[in-house]
Design a protein around this ligand. Sequence first.
Ligand code: DMJ
Length: 456
Amino acid sequence: MKIKEMMKFAWDNYKQYAFGKNELRPLTKNGHIGNMFGGLRGATVVDALDTLYIMELEEEFQEAKKWVEKSFDLNVNGEASLFEVNIRYIGGLLAAYYLTGEEVFRSKALELGEKLLPAFNTPTGIPRGVINLGSGMSWSWGWASAGSSILAEFGTLHLEFLHLTELSGNPVFAEKVMNIRKVLNRVEKPQGLYPNFLSPVTGNWVQHHVSIGGLGDSFYEYLIKSWLMSDKKDSEAKKMYDDALEAIEKHLVRRSAGGLTYIAEWRGGILDHKMGHLACFSGGMIALGAEHASEERKQHYMDLAAEITNTCHESYARSDTKLGPEAFRFDTGTEAMATRLSERYYILRPEVVESYMYMWRLTHDLKYRQWGWEVVKALEKHCRVEAGFSGIRDVYTTVPTHDNMQQSFFLAETLKYLYLLFCEDDVLSLDDWVFNTEAHPLPVNHTNFKTKASVQ
Ligand code: DMJ
């Protein structure tokens, strides 16, 4: 199918021009290293493994596997984002292991997991955001207020760390994330909301900015998915999710004059009527949670999920390229469009097609496939270049303004979710797998361990 061809094209060009680097620069036809992975290389290889596998791109999967076996060096010495290493590398390796049963993926995931542990050596056990993978020294991002840690970063470790304990028999990984849970459960939440910045020293919030987009997003996602991954036994996670969603709906969800439902950002009680592309994952998350809500809440949450997904679709439909901006606003007469020049870009992000995939699987309303197909066509038209796919700087103009970057999450997430949108429901069934926030599938309660995903 078309999406498999797109994946092969993205992979082939990465292999030809950037193999072993973190990402492909498709215009200049070279590799990009970046500064998020602390000297680790091959982010695109590890992020792409499971997508290649489920699309049955066998030769390409073998190339990727061989690179992990022969060239993936973990003895590096650089500053890495704990969050990014976890979701892309550990998540990618764990998923590859569960899909194939190949030992190399398990052992690399565990070895890398060990290297992340020193980040948790803080007075509260809340990890710092940056870690030197060689020395184990860790610190907070320079831009985060007053040495704080970020909710979406320390709140997005739970799924992977439970699997690291499961696969190693070493309880330390699970202990670290259960402790994070404990701190978050204990701390007082303004209006029931979770602010984005917490001090790893005192365990208190550093400021009251709440967002279901960047800085907050995947923390909420991991609450509901922790419960699902535990085969619905982790009732603490479910309660935290239910309570958080109730507070979000009360304080952040709003409807525009034109009838579009959106999730605003909250700054100490004042609403910023802006929704980031990142926040568009929430349609899928709320639909996934709705499935398991009480009878009287189920329809309500399915409606909310559909409305938010519709709003995100509008942000695409209202642009000239039919791709959505990084952030869109609902003020001064604007609805679902970027108002600032700096928010007009699209960097091949997955969140909108992610919600289409969940909404399709949970409702089978054909419009989600139609909307997904609109994205496929737009990607082909505006992002495909001679040597790969590139982000664009302005979704409101059809004159090409490429950013020269093929993000690794395009292969891990955007193309995988598009592919699953057009597959039968039993390909990585939502009953048996949960996707980590980088779309790497992890089995529910291990029932699917070593089960080869079948593809139609
Ligand atoms: C991905 O790395 C993950 O989805 C993360 O949770 C948010 N940002 C990117 C994609 O946009």
